[in-house]
Design a protein. Structure first.
Ligand code: MG
Length: 158
């Protein structure tokens, strides 16, 4: 087993769709980014790349590269899974935390979990999605940003 950790933070702004864990969420603001800004998928992608010893998301998908502008983060995640597969590694489990004051993620947590299980091709009971607020503290607490943390285990595929 190989463990990997990932973290990301994106700014919440007007005029963008809010996409978290591959799920579009109804909210007045969305996450700013070169891609769709899906902070949770970015943290998961980095955790996979880290566990696979394959660098990080910024090396593989530079935000200066026009071909990644507006790209779905699911595509980036799939590419990281391919990199892992080339090294004969696949995801065993994922645990994650989304740090957001608003919107409240309780109602969509289950849907995000199901989506992540599908994307990672593992059972939903091996996917953790926890939603935390920052108790009003810092840029996340004031609703200016959303962050995510992820830990994955990769196992050798045979
Ligand atoms: Mg990012």
């Amino acid at each position: 087993m190989l463990a990997g950790i990932g973290y990301d933070i994106h700014r919440l702004v007007e005029g963008r769709k809010l996409v978290l864990g591959g799920i579009q969420i109804e909210y007045k603001l969305g996450l700013l980014g070169h891609s769709d800004g899906d902070v949770l998928l970015h943290a998961i992608t980095d955790a996979i790349l880290g566990a696979a010893g394959a660098g990080d998301i910024g090396e593989l998908y530079p935000d200066t590269d026009p071909q990644y502008r507006g790209i779905s983060s699911e595509v980036i995640l799939e590419e990281a899974l391919s990199v892992a597969a080339e090294r004969r590694l696949k995801v065993y489990n994922l645990d994650s935390i989304v740090l957001a004051e608003r919107p409240k993620l309780g109602p969509v947590k289950k849907e995000i979990r199901a989506r992540l299980a599908k994307l990672l091709a593992i059972p939903p009971d091996r996917v953790g999605v926890k939603a935390k607020t920052m108790e009003g503290l810092g840029p996340i607490g004031t609703g200016e940003a959303v962050a995510a943390q992820a830990v994955v285990l990769l196992e050798e595929s045979r």
